[in-house]
Ligand binder design. Structure first.
Ligand code: HEC
Length: 181
């Protein structure tokens, strides 16, 4: 905290300010402890987004998952599992994406998947391929993200989700448009 030399008596001001800051910090700590960042803030035709506008999952207490999370489960297991292991759990070759998503946001995730990445820091030749032109990934990127997000948060078990929402019309339309591109 900056003390202003010209302003006396400073000790009292400082203490009062400190008290206010502590109060504010306490308030932030309390709210962030209860706020769930993955909680859907809004949804449109069965597609959920969080308060920041990033795609998120919606899982009801009886275990029903939204369509996109279910779709992401399927797409992940056809395109990513060979390197990243079943259920995002990682392998000796590629990192556990359930851990990665604890540190990466939506933009960082999509950037790596679109552009790919090569580990140049070690002598290993590990390569994350570029998926930017692969429709089987690009047309379902949000689906894969919300599935991994749910896995990363511990909201979804390692197995195939048993119950899911039906496929929304907007998902069918978006898929047709994306695949035709
Ligand atoms: C051919 C193997 C391979 C496939 C297939 C693959 N990846 Fe990767 N991926 C890697 C490797 C290896 C790395 C680590 C690269 C590095 O260390 O720079 C990586 C890194 C990543 C990262 C960054 C993780 C972090 O912690 O920084 C993300 C995100 C990612 N992959 C997502 C995906 C998704 C989503 C798919 C499926 C669409 C996929 N990957 C398919 C090999 C693969």
């Amino acid at each position: 905290m900056k003390s202003q030399a010209g302003n006396r008596p400073a000790p009292f001001r400082r203490n009062a300010l400190f008290g206010l800051t502590a109060l504010a910090l306490g308030f932030f700590a309390a709210t962030s402890a209860f706020a769930d960042p993955a909680k859907p803030a809004s949804s449109e035709d069965g597609k959920y987004v969080d308060a920041e506008g990033a795609p998120t999952y919606n899982i009801t207490p009886d275990g029903n998952v939204d369509w996109y999370t279910f779709s992401g489960y399927r797409r992940y297991h056809s395109e990513c599992t060979v390197c990243h292991g079943p259920d995002g759990a990682g392998s000796t070759y590629a990192p556990a994406l359930t851990d990665s998503l604890k540190k990466m946001n939506y933009e960082q995730f999509t950037t790596v998947v679109v552009q790919g990445r090569k580990d140049v820091s070690t002598s290993s030749q590990k390569v994350m391929p570029t998926f930017g032109t692969n429709r089987n990934v690009m047309c379902y990127l949000d689906d894969i993200y919300v599935y991994l997000r749910a896995r990363s948060d511990g909201a979804l078990a390692r197995v195939r989700p048993e119950k899911h929402d039906p496929k929304p019309q907007s998902a069918k339309d978006a898929e047709t448009a994306c695949m035709a591109n």
